[in-house]
Design a protein around this ligand. Structure first.
Ligand SMILES: N[C@@H](CCC(=O)N[C@@H](CS)C(=O)NCC(=O)O)C(=O)O
Length: 249
């Protein structure tokens, strides 16, 4: 079975799918592209956003659907087999997809995109050489399209900061109120994987497949948010999940 995962490699939704494929031990080829450039490839394959998984059953267009497709082949790997716990894991995953993913992305790009060299050092990883060569001179245009598409404004970033803080506070409360090691039941599930993968671009876990800029290169406001989130039980939890559950690619 040949699997291809079309990604924007820095995308945290792509990391969610990539982590799940790695966890299942399913071999796949990552076809990574720069933002904007990705759409030629996703549209050609019947999709739009990334991740897009090309399987013998057809394209799978959403990260949660990709995890469910993997789970159908490896029952119990990502979702508990107990129906109540399974629903709990799916509900948390949905919440993180809606309330953490887009807001953390807006916040991260808000702090990153003003810095061209730093931005390129992150978003150009795992992309084809010609795209990397082309994006240099086009960067102001790419940045403007991304800022408009993702509604990246100071007011939007401030709202997104509060949304991210709220999710971290809720996850911290869930973990500490019942002294849990995982969010659902007592095993690692899609809920844990989703939280850690979607939080990663602000926490910079070293086990992540992207090579992060050194702490000294990170813009000060970004570093301050990272420090704040890492000091929470939820931030520590995400770091532990990367250490203990993220297979090396
Ligand atoms: N609900 C989707 C969200 C995926 C998503 O937002 N992907 C972004 C990258 S983080 C993307 O590809 N955006 C570009 C586009 O939509 O064309 C999923 O879980 O897969």
């Amino acid at each position: 079975m040949t699997l291809t995962l079309i990604t924007i490699p820095i995308s945290h939704f792509c990391e969610k799918a990539r982590w799940a494929l790695d966890l299942a031990g399913l071999p796949f080829v990552e076809d990574g592209h720069l933002p904007i450039f990705h759409s030629v490839h996703t549209r050609r394959r019947g999709g739009r956003s990334t991740p897009l998984l090309l399987t013998p059953d057809g394209p799978i267009r959403d990260s949660t659907d990709i995890l469910l497709w993997i789970d159908a082949r490896h029952p119990g790997l990502l979702y508990p087999t107990d129906p109540t716990l399974r629903q709990e894991a799916l509900a948390l995953e949905d919440r993180f997809d809606l309330e953490l993913g887009p807001h953390l992305r807006r916040l991260g790009y808000f702090h990153l995109l003003p810095h061209k060299r730093l931005s390129l050092s992150i978003i150009a990883q795992r992309a084809p050489r010609w795209e990397v060569a082309a994006v240099g001179p086009m960067f102001p245009l790419v940045r403007a399209i991304m800022m408009r598409g993702l509604k990246i404004t100071p007011a939007g970033a401030a709202r997104s900061t509060e949304k991210v803080r709220k999710v971290f506070a809720d996850v911290s409360a869930l973990l500490t109120s019942s002294d849990r090691r995982y969010l659902v039941g007592n095993t690692f599930t899609a809920a844990d994987l989703t939280f850690a993968a979607l939080a990663a671009p602000l926490l910079f876990p070293p086990e992540h497949p992207i090579r992060w800029p050194a702490a000294s290169e990170r813009p000060a406001p970004l570093a301050a948010i990272t420090d704040e989130l890492l000091a929470t039980p939820a931030g520590q939890f995400a770091q532990r999940l990367y250490r203990e559950h993220r297979p090396r690619t």
